[in-house]
Design a protein. Structure first.
Ligand code: BGP
Length: 462
């Protein structure tokens, strides 16, 4: 039997762009634009224009979530829906009313809203005009948007988050070209990483002003990926050390400790690619740490020494310091191509406890994406997703070990409640506790939903 603390929150995570559909939305974000101009980039079928139709179906969707035992829902407010004019942050009344309705509908069902302000969804106009996150002007426009959110909904919403996985914005949009605008530029990506940290700290500062209530909290959501070295060889160990600094500490340290990791700053300085900062900005980051940390975890990094010598790669890319290691024998989720390694959650818990003053945190995403789940439908039309239950069980056991050792983990939010649209693969991999037949938009509870409900009701599982 594995048990969790009394006040532990059982929730689900999703995002506005992946669920709402673009009904009555005045602007396009970078993914809307990309899908509209290059639909062949995605698994064929439904795009972000329909997604899972949450805009129209939210009452029913929230009913189903309630039936699955979901007590907290992490989703996001879309900048491109709430705001009419980005420069002044004037409001789009239909967007304001929509988020009011959704928040009320969550609260009416005993589902606590955890609202995030940015889930990869930069307005495309701000990329076209300013280069997006390369620009500190965009940082200030984001803060104006954040202020509007706090003013509009801060009375009823107590849990706020500045960014989801800012490291994925750096990697996907500015470094490796997985996501539109597909910029591939190391030094620009370094500046983007800094600007995202600055935007988060400035939004935290605004939150302190608009939401001073003692029971209100603001955090950031980071994809923490422990980097395990391929061997004890010093070259592999050094590769893992850099991967850790670049992938985790780059956002974790400023958000929780208020400063950038010295070793990383020294490295980037020596390479001549350090970001442009001012003493006033660094002081603002130091003065505005988060209250709570959301951790998204899917897979670890296995890392080895790079093949290329650090001096040979111009222009600069972080790949001069480490390379992925395809460890023989690792357990894979073959559909998504990610290693399954639950023990990393115990390591994450210990790291936060030891090095980040045991800050309150929760799992803000963890889940298993599987293709062609119609294979597992029984004659009642229920997906028999025992693999998803096994995945959650293994990860929760690893998490419980961290909690037993004193880690301050306060909740587990599964990715995701209802099958949703995804950035590169559309509807190919399904993560939901609830199935979405996308062409009829019929939604049905999977076997894992009943398991989750039981867990949420009892705080324990066999
Ligand atoms: C995280 C994102 C989510 C979600 C999830 C699953 O990185 O925050 O938005 O998409 O990964 O990944 P994917 O959809 O790529 O399979």
């Amino acid at each position: 039997m594995t048990s969790f603390p009394k006040a532990f929150v059982w929730g689900a995570a999703t995002s506005g762009p992946q669920t709402e559909g673009n009904f009555h939305k005045p602007h396009q974000n970078v993914f809307d634009y990309w899908f509209a101009t290059a639909p062949e980039q995605f698994d064929a079928g439904v795009g972000p224009d329909l997604a899972s139709n949450f805009y129209n179906d939210y009452e029913h969707d929230l009913d189903l979530m309630q039936q699955a035992g979901i007590r907290g829902l992490r989703t996001s407010i879309q900048w491109t829906r709430l705001i009419d004019d980005f420069e002044t942050a004037s409001l789009n009344p239909a967007g304001v009313a929509y988020y009011n309705r959704v928040i009320d509908a969550m609260l009416a069902r005993g589902i606590e809203p955890y609202l995030n302000l940015h889930h990869f969804d930069l307005p495309v106009a701000l990329y076209d005009q300013y280069g997006g996150w390369e620009s500190k002007h965009v940082v200030d426009l984001f803060v104006k948007f954040a202020e509007q959110c706090f003013k509009l909904y801060g009375d009823r919403v107590k849990k706020w988050f500045t960014f989801n996985e800012p490291k994925v914005v750096v990697d996907g949009q500015y470094l490796y070209g997985w996501h539109y605008p597909q910029v591939v530029d190391g030094p620009k990506a370094v500046q983007v990483a800094y600007n995202l940290n600055l935007a988060s700290a400035k939004a935290v500062a605004a939150f302190r002003q608009y939401c001073p209530q003692a029971d209100h909290q603001i955090g950031i959501i980071l994809n923490l990926t422990p980097a395990y070295a391929a061997s004890d060889d010093p070259a592999d160990q050094a590769a893992a050390e850099f991967a850790k600094l670049w992938s985790n500490n780059l956002f974790l340290d400023p958000a929780v400790l208020g400063h950038f990791p010295t070793k990383l700053v020294d490295r980037l300085t020596a390479d001549g690619v350090l970001w442009a900062s001012t003493p006033a900005e660094l002081a603002l980051i130091a003065a505005n740490p988060v209250d709570v940390l959301g951790v998204n975890y899917y897979h670890p990094f296995r890392v080895q020494r790079p093949d290329i010598s650090p001096t040979s790669l111009q222009p600069w890319l972080p790949d001069i310091y480490f390379k992925d290691y395809a460890m023989p024998g690792r357990v894979m989720n073959v559909d998504r191509g990610w290693e399954i390694y639950p023990t990393a959650l115990t390591d994450i818990a210990k790291n936060i406890q030891k090095n980040y003053h045991n800050i309150p945190w929760f799992i803000s995403e963890n889940g298993m994406g599987v293709a062609h789940e119609e294979r597992f439908l029984d004659h009642q039309g229920v997906v028999q997703d025992d693999y998803r239950i096994d995945f959650m069980r293994a990860h929760l056991n690893a998490l419980a070990a961290g909690i037993a050792a004193g880690s301050n983990c306060q909740g587990y939010f599964v990715w995701t409640a209802i099958d949703c649209w995804s950035w590169n693969h559309a509807y190919h991999n399904r993560y939901g506790l609830i199935r979405d037949e996308i062409h009829t938009q019929t939604k049905t509870l999977k076997k894992s939903a009943a398991w989750f409900k039981q867990l949420s009701d009892t705080n324990q599982f066999e």
